[in-house]
Design a protein around this ligand. Structure first.
Ligand code: CP
Length: 312
C-alpha cells in the first residue's frame, strides 16, 4: 500500500508527516468501511492480537480488541496481566514478551512503568503497540487526538492549544505535545497545578522544534484565545504524596461559565476517563468532542493494526 512501514508503535516521536498522513488516510478508509460495505471485515483473518494490560483501561483496551475483531482477527488476553499472568510469579517483561512472540502476531501492551514498551520492542520479533507506559507515553491516543483535532481544523496549522490538568503524570498530554511538533504554527499553553507541571523533556523538545509554549495558572485568562482545550484527569495513582494529590485535585474544572468564554468554533477534548474536570452539563455544548474522540480511537486502531500486520 505504501513505501512506509511500521514495525512497532512505541512513542509519538517516531511518526513523521508522511507516516501520519498514511495512518490518517488508512483511518478514513477504516471508518468508511465500517460505516459502509464492510469489504475489510476479514482482512486480518487468521491473525492474533495479544492484549496485555498490566493497568486498567476501558477505551484503549476495548477499542483495540474491537478493532482487531472488526477486521476479522482474534484476540487473546488476560483480565489483568499484573495479577493473572506469570508477572505475578515474578516473570520478567522480556521473558513474557519472548513467550508471547510465539503465540500472537502483535502485542498491545499497557504497563505501569515508563519505557516498558520500548524495552519490549527491543527484543520482540512481532510488533509491540504501546497502549500507555506509566507516566511515559500513550502514542495511539495522540494519533486519535490529532485525528479528532483535524476533524474540526483540517489544515492542522496555526492552532493554539491549551493542555490542562495533570501534565506531569498524564501520558496523553505528553504524547500529544510530542506529536504536535510535526505540524506548522502550533502554540501550546500549559495550565497545570504547580505539583504536576509539564516536565522539562517535553519543553526541551518543543524548544528544539521551535514550538512556542507558555505556562499559565488561570484557565479563565486563556480559554478565550484557544482553538482547542485539552482537559486531563489528575492521575491519583501516580502521586507519591497524598498532600500533592490534594493540592492538584479539582483545581481545574471546566464550568459552564468558563465554556461560555470560548470561541464558538473552538473544541473541548479529553482522553477520558474524567473525574470532575468536565461536568456532565458540558457534554451537550457544541464545543464538546470527547465522545467522538473516543470513537475515533476505534478507527485509528483499526488502521494501525492493518498497517502493522498487512505484510506479515
Ligand atoms: N484514554 C485512555 O487511555 O482511556 P483508558 O484508560 O480507558 O484506556
Amino acid at each position: 500500500m505504501s513505501q512506509f512501514s511500521l514495525q512497532h508503535v512505541v512513542e509519538s516521536q517516531q511518526f513523521d508527516r508522511d507516516l501520519l498522513e498514511l495512518v490518517f488516510e488508512t483511518t478514513d478508509m477504516m471508518k468508511a468501511d465500517l460505516l459502509g460495505d464492510r469489504k475489510l471485515a476479514k482482512i486480518l483473518d487468521g491473525r492474533i492480537m495479544a492484549s496485555l494490560f498490566y493497568e486498567p483501561s476501558t477505551r484503549t483496551r476495548f477499542s483495540f480488541e474491537s478493532a482487531m475483531k472488526r477486521l476479522g482477527g482474534s484476540v487473546i488476553t488476560t483480565e489483568n496481566a499484573r495479577e493473572f499472568s506469570s508477572a505475578a510469579k515474578g516473570e520478567s517483561l522480556s521473558d513474557s514478551t519472548r513467550i508471547m512472540n510465539g503465540y500472537a502476531d502483535v502485542i498491545v501492551m499497557r504497563h505501569n512503568e515508563a519505557g516498558s514498551a520500548a524495552r519490549a520492542a527491543e527484543i520482540s520479533t512481532i510488533p509491540i503497540i504501546n497502549a500507555g507506559d506509566g507516566a511515559g507515553q500513550h502514542p495511539t491516543q495522540a494519533l486519535l487526538d490529532i485525528y479528532t483535532i483535524a476533524d474540526s481544523f483540517p489544515e492542522m496549522k496555526s492552532l493554539k492549544i491549551a493542555l490542562v490538568g495533570d501534565l506531569r503524570y498524564g501520558r496523553t498530554a505528553r504524547s500529544l505535545s510530542y506529536l504536535l511538533t510535526k505540524y506548522e504554527d502550533i502554540e501550546l499553553i500549559f495550565v497545570a497545578p504547580s505539583v504536576c507541571r509539564m516536565e522539562g523533556d517535553i519543553k526541551k523538545y518543543l524548544d528544539k522544534y521551535q514550538v512556542p509554549w507558555r505556562e499559565e495558572d488561570d484557565l479563565a485568562e486563556v480559554i478565550g484565545e484557544v482553538d482547542c482545550i485539552y482537559m486531563t484527569r489528575v492521575q491519583k495513582e501516580r502521586f507519591h504524596s497524598a498532600e500533592d494529590y490534594q493540592e492538584a485535585a479539582s483545581k481545574y474544572i471546566l464550568t459552564p461559565e468558563l465554556v461560555s468564554l470560548m470561541k464558538q468554533e473552538s473544541i473541548i477534548m479529553h482522553p477520558l476517563p474524567r473525574v470532575d474536570e468536565i461536568p456532565a452539563a458540558i457534554d451537550s455544548r457544541p464545543q464538546a468532542r470527547y465522545f467522538e474522540q473516543a470513537q475515533n480511537g476505534l478507527y485509528v486502531r483499526m488502521a494501525l493494526l492493518y498497517l502493522l500486520l498487512q505484510d506479515r
